[in-house]
Design a protein around this ligand. Structure first.
Ligand SMILES: Cc1cc2nc3c(=O)[nH]c(=O)nc-3n(C[C@H](O)[C@H](O)[C@H](O)COP(=O)(O)OP(=O)(O)OC[C@H]3O[C@@H](n4cnc5c(N)ncnc54)[C@H](O)[C@@H]3O)c2cc1C
Length: 418
């Protein structure tokens, strides 16, 4: 794609566009019957990935349209939950630690500009570890190398700082004091709104699945018959990607059902609120949580992958079996909440790649189409870094890092990124 900044166009008949002309050459032509809109880039999907990509592209001077079937940060999307954790620790996966650092900077900058700094809460993040837990040991080494503030806390100190936690088999922990959580759907909507203020068009429409192997896409069709033409198309449709591109992603994405619970602390109990307890992760039991924010409940969520799901037919009601497991865990690890009720819940979906690395690559049969997704249960925090990365690839045309390429997305799951 050319790096020339193009002026907004709203012109022309289907013939010229169908011939794949550079939209910049169409300036000045008279509108014709069957008018279509022309953009530099059309981004489909306004979850955290698409919204940040649209924001970064628009900020770099592109003319962008952001299209979502239900609107930015909607309840069906993976980005549509109440909160998402932002941590710097990623074992020895240094790239993701670097992206987290960069992303937190950009999240804070955008939220400041949007006059919504409280959408990031610096609650701290506690990694609970057992003995020589390899993931936490590697995380400590990476944080040390990158100069990320962190503390190694032994059991007596953990008990003194957070007496409301029964640490059970946890022998030590790593604490990231500057990390925390984002108020997910509010934060995504703030990004889309900032993109709109910069000039990006934000539309609500469902885009029809593109033809499998046409060489170029040339135009999008919405399911209400409208056409949208652009120089490039970015599909950031999260768990819907395998439905839109079944030939390419049907066997490479693993969409799993994930349940989230909000536990209501007893009356007058303040030890589970932001400020009193950090975000915590107990990788040994594949479970994590977020402090109570604004009285919505103490979040507890199993991170183990649930059964495969279709985001359109997924029943968004928690199961009795997971409820029982979560309440049993809460009673054991957080004894003051032993008799506390579930006051809210969410059912969402992870879009997993085989090992947890994101997908950022061109479509193999459509030159002007990019596929961005595979958040794999940890992508939210990285929205800003992904936005920057995709914008740079559209600018320089360079190949993507192999870890993000379609070629490295296997058809058998073996998780290595946590
Ligand atoms: C329960 C849960 C907890 C998580 N916790 C964390 C966490 O703590 N920290 C973290 O960093 N990450 C976390 N994640 C992962 C993170 O939320 C996801 O990686 C991220 O939200 C993925 O965003 P996305 O933009 O790729 O997809 P989505 O948010 O799903 O967005 C895709 C969008 O595409 C739209 N769309 C789909 N098809 C079409 C179409 N045909 N036409 C138009 N629009 C379309 C949808 O409406 C949707 O809005 C969690 C995920 C879940 C489910």
């Amino acid at each position: 794609m050319t790096t020339t900044r193009r002026r907004f166009l709203k012109v022309v008949g289907a013939g010229a566009l169908g011939a794949g002309l550079d939209p910049g050459r169409l300036l000045g032509q008279a509108p014709a019957v069957g008018t279509r809109d022309v953009y530099d880039v059309a981004v489909v999907g306004a979850g955290v990935f698409g919204s940040w990509i649209a924001h970064e592209l628009q900020q770099s001077g592109r003319r962008v349209v952001l299209i979502d079937a239900y609107g930015p940060g909607n309840a069906r999307s993976s980005s549509g939950g109440q909160t998402r954790v932002i941590r710097m620790g990623y074992g020895d996966q240094e790239l993701y630690s670097r992206w987290s650092l960069r992303s937190l900077e950009k999240w804070q900058e955008l939220l400041r500009r949007a006059a919504r700094p409280s959408f990031f809460q610096r609650s701290g993040v506690l990694w609970m570890a057992r003995e020589r837990d390899p993931l936490t040991v590697k995380t400590a080494a990476t944080l040390e190398k990158l100069g990320v503030p962190h503390e190694k806390l032994e059991r007596p100190e953990l008990e003194a700082r957070w007496p409301q936690i029964d640490f059970g088999p946890i022998t030590w922990a790593l604490y990231e004091p500057e990390s925390g959580f984002l108020t997910a759907f509010h934060a995504v909507q703030a990004v889309a709104e900032r993109a709109r203020k910069l000039g990006c068009e934000v539309r609500t429409a469902r885009v029809a699945p593109p033809p499998a192997d046409a060489g170029r896409l040339a135009a999008l069709a919405t399911d209400r018959g409208a056409k949208v033409a652009a120089g490039a198309y970015v599909f950031a449709c999260g768990p819907w990607l395998p439905k839109l591109f079944p030939d390419v992603l049907g066997e490479r994405f693993f969409t799993s059902r994930q349940e989230v619970f909000y536990i209501g602390p007893p009356p007058g109990e303040e030890r589970f609120r932001v400020g009193a307890i950090p975000v915590w992760a107990d990788f040994g039991e594949e479970i994590y949580g977020v402090p109570d924010f604004k009285g919505r409940g103490f979040k507890v969520a199993p991170d183990r992958h649930g059964p495969p799901v279709d985001p359109d037919s997924l029943e968004r009601v928690v199961t009795a079996e997971t409820t029982r497991r979560v309440l049993e865990y809460v009673a054991r690890r957080f004894p003051p909440l032993a008799a506390s009720p579930v006051v809210g819940s969410e059912v969402c979906q992870y879009t997993n790649t085989s090992n947890g690395d994101f997908l950022i690559d061109r479509h193999p049969g459509l030159d002007d189409v990019w596929l961005v997704g595979g958040g794999s249960g940890h992508g939210f925090k990285h929205g800003p870094a992904i936005g920057e990365y995709v914008t740079a690839r559209l600018e320089d045309g360079d190949a993507v890092d192999p870890r993000f390429s379609l070629a490295t997305k296997a058809t058998v799951q073996q998780r290595t990124v946590f």
